[in-house]
Write a protein that binds this ligand. Structure first.
Ligand code: TMP
Ligand code: ASP
Length: 234
């Protein structure tokens, strides 16, 4: 299958049409942004690494019974995926305190939560992705209640499957962000699963393996992304 016209371009990915209207070509870029697009840069080979890791982890999730948009790898940095109608909501799952929640509630870094915590944010750059509660999601019309309930169920299952998968490979999955969409009335997991969208710490040393290396200028970003890919696909 070949890519055709550009459908949209985001900060880390670019989507193209294909000859099949139900399929899109999702290309992963090396560019990286953080803090609402204020910090800009690029991470060498990130597109290839995130495409490979997303493809692999979507496969893991599919085998665990989670419907994802993934169809197949298209090239080194691209996937063929279902053309979903995306809900404008970012679903964040957290197992421990890091990032924005740490500052918002004054939590001690790394505190484990008694159970996984779900949060919702509106995907809207000009509004700076404001946090939503379940009522906002439903009453403001971002997702119908039944679809939200399904996305929540899938998000918690993704957490169970990925946390176990990563633990066996020596990582702690601290938190991650998911996006959902629908095709023919069915809810699918979309977007990507990569060190850009997850916080991953080495289980033994606590070393930061994800995009926080870019956000916080910790250095050796691509080496750590490569190490995550290597250990999770070995
Ligand atoms: P946060 O602590 O900044 O709210 O981020 C929570 C998780 O969501 C973390 O794993 C990083 C991921 N994330 C994204 O994938 N995209 C985003 O735009 C933001 C803000 C976070
Ligand atoms: N990618 C987002 C941005 O550009 C946020 C982040 O991942 O930190 O702001």
């Amino acid at each position: 299958m070949e890519k055709t016209v550009v459908l949209y371009e985001g900060k880390a990915k670019k989507a193209y049409g294909t000859s099949n209207p139900r399929v899109i070509w999702m290309e992963f870029k090396d560019t990286a942004t953080a803090f609402d697009g204020v910090k800009k840069g690029s991470i060498q080979d990130k597109g290839r690494i995130n495409a490979a890791l997303s493809a692999h982890l979507f496969g893991v999730l599919e085998r665990a019974g989670i419907p994802t948009h993934f169809i197949e790898r298209a090239d080194e940095r691209s996937l063929l995926v279902r053309n979903l109608k995306m809900f404008p909501v970012e679903v964040v799952v957290r197992n421990a305190a890091a990032g924005s929640i740490e500052k918002r509630y004054g939590l001690e870094h790394g505190t484990r939560f008694r159970k996984p915590l779900l949060e919702y944010f509106l995907k809207n750059d000009s509004l700076h992705d404001p946090m939503l509660n379940r009522q906002h999601v439903v009453v403001l019309g971002y997702m119908p209640e039944r679809k939200l309930a399904r996305a929540e169920e899938l998000a918690l299952k993704v957490n169970t499957v990925l946390s176990r998968y990563m633990k066996r490979r020596g990582f702690f999955l601290v938190d991650f962000k998911l996006e959902f969409g629908e095709q023919s009335g069915r809810v699918y997991l979309g977007d990507e699963i990569s060190p850009d969208t997850c916080r991953i710490w080495d289980a033994g040393t606590g070393e930061i393996m994800d995009k926080d290396r870019f956000r916080l200028d910790l250095g050796a970003v691509e080496e750590h992304y490569e190490e995550v890919l290597r250990r999770l696909t070995a």
